[in-house]
Design a binder for this molecule. Sequence first.
Ligand SMILES: *Cc1c(COP(=O)(O)O)cnc(C)c1O
Length: 407
Amino acid sequence: MIRVNPHYQKLQASYLFADIAQRVRAFQQRRPDAELIRLGIGDVTEPLPPACVTAFHAAVDDLTRTESFRGYGPEQGYGFLREAIARHDFQARGAQIDADEIFVSDGAKCDVGNFQELFATDIRVAIPDPVYPVYVDTNVMAGRTGAVVHERYEGLVYLPCTADNGYVPQIPDAPVDLAYLCSPNNPTGATMTRGELQTWVDWARAHRALILFDAAYEAFIRDDALPHSIYEIPGAREVAIEFRSYSKTAGFTGVRCAYTVVPRDCMAWQAGGEAVALHALWNRRHTTKFNGVSYPVQRAAEAVYTPEGQQQVRALTDGYLRNAQAIRAGLQALGLPCTGGDNSPYIWVDTGRDAWEFFDLLLEKAAVVCTPGAGFGRCGQHHVRISAFNSYANVKAAMQRIAQALA
Ligand SMILES: *Cc1c(COP(=O)(O)O)cnc(C)c1O
């Protein structure tokens, strides 16, 4: 008898997006003439930067000629891309990261989900609330939790992110070995300052803990005082893994390219106290279970670092940030407290009522779709996430309709 992994049985079915789709469908049947504006999605809407497209095409042509054909590449990524990443994303900001500490992959979702494989099942894990659900569910699948009680898994340490702490996770009182941080944050749009990150790094060093730092939205940071990488923080090389992605940076959600930084100084410990380098472990895992990102995709990602690529990526993210500003300003003018939207494409809105009630109000009265915060954790029950991934014209129209609906 083939037995199922019992931990999968603990997973809570996520009805969030199915529930949204169902309410939207019912609305469209009732109001077939209403022009729906979707501000709920976590996917980009603008096409690829032209510099990436040109490099992508040229690399496909390389594959058509025997002299320039490439089969399997290095599992960790081609040197041309790893070196460009180390130079532009880290060394240029004073962060000492070498090319051989970069592992190129086909997504930050898989990397941040897979990384926990390197640790014992009985480590203690801290998760912000609200949160990108991947961090939680992959630890449930791995058997690190009990069942769900009152919407939370037993065995996890939750870090509430509320207006009281500026939506920034605080150091837990309970003992913790692994903490997930995401800045700029999905879903709240909140960012962590240098000082806040330094507190976390100091905590991790004092407790021989590790931070998994998700920086998928790094390209949206405009405030010069904010760190772009956790490795800008002294001491982080010993206690932090960073995840980056070209998905939101350069519109690669369908193309698929990302990378993970594993500094050679990061350790985990055997039961007897001997240190094991995470770089060696992740290299072993990555080369065993992954066979590299396609060559044309890596060339397209490399083009992000050319002068034209940098300028085009900037224009792309500037466009989404302009939307975010319009959303945030519009909602605040209506008296709704918001966070995010200034260094992030997400705005987290305190609706002051049940999130589904607010969702229905926007849908029925404004034909605008948002995402109820309860789907990201218990702390999101009175919040909605509004996304800037749409056209400026649609965002302006949506804000006018919302203003009328809430008047
Ligand atoms: C979109 C997103 C990612 C990126 O995922 P990819 O698999 O690289 O597309 C990672 N983390 C968060 C929080 C995200 O929202």
